[in-house]
Design a binder for this molecule. Sequence first.
Ligand code: HAM
Length: 415
Amino acid sequence: MYKKIPGTRDILPEEAYIWQEMEVTSRKIFSLYNYREIRTPLVEEECLFNRSLGESAEIVQKQMFLIKHGRDEYALRPEGTASVVRAYIENNLAKQGEFSKFYYLGPMFRLERPQKGRLRQFHHIGAEAIGSVDPGLDVEVLSLADQLLKSLAISGYKIKINSLGCVKDKATLALELKKFLGKQVEKLCADCKERLKKNVLRVLDCKQEACKEIVSKLELGNKHLCPECLEHFRIVRSGLDGLGLDYTLVPQLVRGLDYYTRTVFEISHPDLGAQDALGAGGRYDNLVKELGGPEMGAIGFALGVERLLLVHSVHQSTVNSKKLVYLITLGEQARIHGLKILAELRINKIACDTDYQGRSLKGALRQANDLAARFALIIGENELNKHVVTLKDMITGEQKEVEQEKCIEHILAAS
Ligand code: HAM
C-alpha cells in the first residue's frame, strides 16, 4: 500500500468543508480591508528564497524542498512573502510605485521533522501590503490579523510585538548582543555558538532551555532604535492602543527571517504546545530593493491554517447548514422520474443526491440521516399515480405528500 510522505496530510471531505468555510470567511475579511488575491507559483528559483530569507535562516539551511533540473535549481516555496515581492517587481507594479495590498491562501513546504502543528506541507493565509512605510499601515495589518482570527472563531491567542529598527539599528543590536553573549559562549548550545558568528539575533529565538535562560537575563529595550524608528514604533503602539487591540511588548522577539525590519509580531496560542505560533509577520522595508525593485516599505503576515484548526472550537457548528435533498425511489419508473427531479432541483441550485447502492427504503432513510439531509424526497408507484412526491422533513420527522409542481417551492421555502 502506498503511504503519504510524513508531514503531509489528506484533507478528507469531512474536514474539507471547514477549510472551505475558513477560506470564504478570510476572503470576506480581506475584501473589507481592500486586499486583493494574488496567486503565485508553488515553485520558484531557489535563489529567490536564499536572498530573501537569508543564507543563515534555518529554512534556507535545513528545510528547503529542492528540485534540480539540469543546471536549474528550484525550490517548493517555504513561504509566500518572497514570491509576492518577486511578482510585484516582475509585473512592473514596483516601477509605477504602486501601493498594493495582496492576500493569498495556499500550501507551503518545509522539510521539517514532523510533529504536532509542524508539517512538511502546510497552508498559509497571508497578506502583504507593499509600497508604504506609514506606521498606520502596521496598525491596519495587525488589526487585520486580529480581525481574521476573531472571524474564524479563534480566541485565547496572544499578540506579541517588537521593533527591530532599520538595518543600522539591527546592526547595533547585533553588536550589543555579541558583546553580551560572547562572555557566556560556553553556556550556549552548539547551534547558538554558530549563530553568534553568523546571525546573532537568532540566539534570541533559540528554544533550548540553557539559551532561553541566558536570553531572559538580557536587558533589551529600545536602546538600539534610531530616532526615526523609535518614533515609528511609538505611532504604531498608539494606533494599536487607540483601537483597543490587546498586545504585549516582547523585546526578545526577533523572528527567524533576515528580511524583517522595524515592527515584527507573533501571535501565539497556549493550546498549541511546543509549536505555539498561530501566525507571524512584520515589516520588510528593504526586501523590494534587495530583489531588484526600488526602495519601498512593506509589511505582511501569515497564519498557519493547520494550527488554526488545532485551536478552532466550532468544527461542528455548520455541518448541517447545507440544505441537501436525498431522493429515494422505489421501482424503475419512479427511478427514471426521480432522476428528472434531481436535474430540476440542481437547476434551482438545491443540493441533492440519491442512493446508488440499492438500499431499501429504511436503509436509504438512514443514509439521508447520515448525510444530514434536510429532506428525504420519496417517490414510489403510489406517488407516481397521484402525481405527487412524499417529502420527509429530516429535522421534525414530519412527512407529507406535495404536488410535484410545488415540491421545489416547498423545499426553497423551508428554513
Ligand atoms: P513564519 O513564521 O515562518 O512566517 O510562518 C507563519 C506561520 O506559518 C507560523 O506562525 C505557523 O503558524 C505556520 N507554520 C510555519 N511553519 C509551519 C510548519 N512546518 N507546519 C505548520 N505550520 C507552520 C512566514 O512565513 C512569513 N512569510 C510571514 C510574513 C508575511 N511576514 C511578512 N509577511
